[in-house]
Design a protein around this ligand. Structure first.
Ligand SMILES: [Zn+2]
Length: 330
């Protein structure tokens, strides 16, 4: 083989392999080799529709968002209670344990994965039991059993034992100032924040199937594979806490930023941040302004309340996420 073809081959090998990758495992003890179709691992809602177990506007004819995937049990005891263990998907650290059944997630665990290409959280909900040895801040290896699959929930409609599943989420934390923001909202007076920063409103998920199902994953590349659905101009000369925690999502002259051009995915994740100079035409007069909308994603943006029903003005969720993001500039 000539030097040139050897070099070409080497180049091909290097570009074909991800240069960075995080080891990842399926988050339950189900045998992956048993998967033939999505029905083999998904637990649909009572509608029976497979897609209702997936991520997206998959419920109530597209009106209700599901922020994770629902994984069914492979084994049950004589009473029909699941025997599947729930496993840490990646190496990480325990961020939050909720041992009480006091909200829609029921008993749940949140892990933080600081060593991934971007430090994402993963969330494991509706657990029957949380492993008693698990403590906040404890390091956890991928594949470690963190609980037992169940059907715990204190949501509007209980989950029956027949619909036992692991609700699995992966995503980013909007703001470390969330607790202060939450307490300042008049509508929250009657409902205290039971989960602090790990309240679902402060967690913004992406499709778990972007990372699951392979032995290694580039979590950042998976996150970046989400297309921009709308863009917003923000005015702030202080660094948003989100950018401080996820600097890999930001580009431009950060130290001189007078504001930010923020690209959101359809479900409300601020995935790309570009620093704006004081003279930028994208810099709004007020705190923030909706700039562009991908018309191909308009319907889903309206369903998700990222846009108002007119499809032109900011929706409730976009407004809330921006207020939360701006609640902690530093
Ligand atoms: Zn779910």
């Amino acid at each position: 083989m000539s030097l040139r073809s050897s070099l070409a081959l080497l180049f091909l090998c290097l570009t074909a392999l991800p240069l960075v990758a995080t080891d990842i495992v399926w988050p339950t003890t189900m045998e992956r080799s048993d998967f033939r179709t999505p029905q083999d691992y998904l637990q649909p809602t009572i509608s029976g529709k497979t897609e209702s177990a997936l991520f997206g506007m998959v419920r109530e004819d597209g009106k209700r968002f599901h922020e994770g995937i629902d994984i069914r049990p492979a084994k049950s005891n004589a009473d029909g209670e699941p025997l599947d263990l729930v496993l840490a998907a990646m190496d990480g650290q325990v961020a939050y344990l909720n041992t009480n059944v006091n909200g829609p997630y029921g008993r749940y665990v949140v892990l933080h994965h600081a060593a991934a290409e971007i430090p994402v959280y993963t969330l494991y909900a509706h657990l029957a039991k949380i492993a008693p040895s698990l403590k906040p801040a404890q390091p956890v290896r991928r594949g470690t059993a963190i609980g037992l699959m169940g059907h715990t929930s204190a949501g509007a409609s209980p989950i029956t034992k027949e619909r036992s599943h692991l609700h699995f989420e992966v995503g980013l934390i909007l703001s470390t100032g969330f607790n202060r923001w939450y307490a300042a909202q008049p509508e929250n007076k009657q409902s205290p924040n039971l989960h602090g920063l790990y309240n679902g409103q402060n967690l913004i998920g992406m499709d778990p199937m972007l990372i699951l199902g392979q032995p290694k994953v580039d979590v950042l590349a998976a996150l970046r594979s989400q297309p921009t659905a709308l863009t917003v101009g923000l005015r702030t000369n202080q660094l948003p806490d989100f950018v401080h925690r996820y600097p890999v999502l930001a580009r431009g002259e950060i130290s001189r930023a007078a504001g930010w051009y923020v690209e959101f995915s359809w479900q409300g994740m601020p995935i790309r941040w570009t620093a704006l100079e004081a003279t930028s035409p994208q810099l709004p007069a007020g705190r923030w302004r909706l700039l562009e909308i991908d018309q191909a994603q308009r319907k889903r943006l309206i369903q998700r309340k990222m846009l108002g029903t007119d499809g032109r003005t900011p929706g409730e969720l976009l407004t809330q996420n921006l207020e939360v993001l701006l609640s902690t500039t530093r």
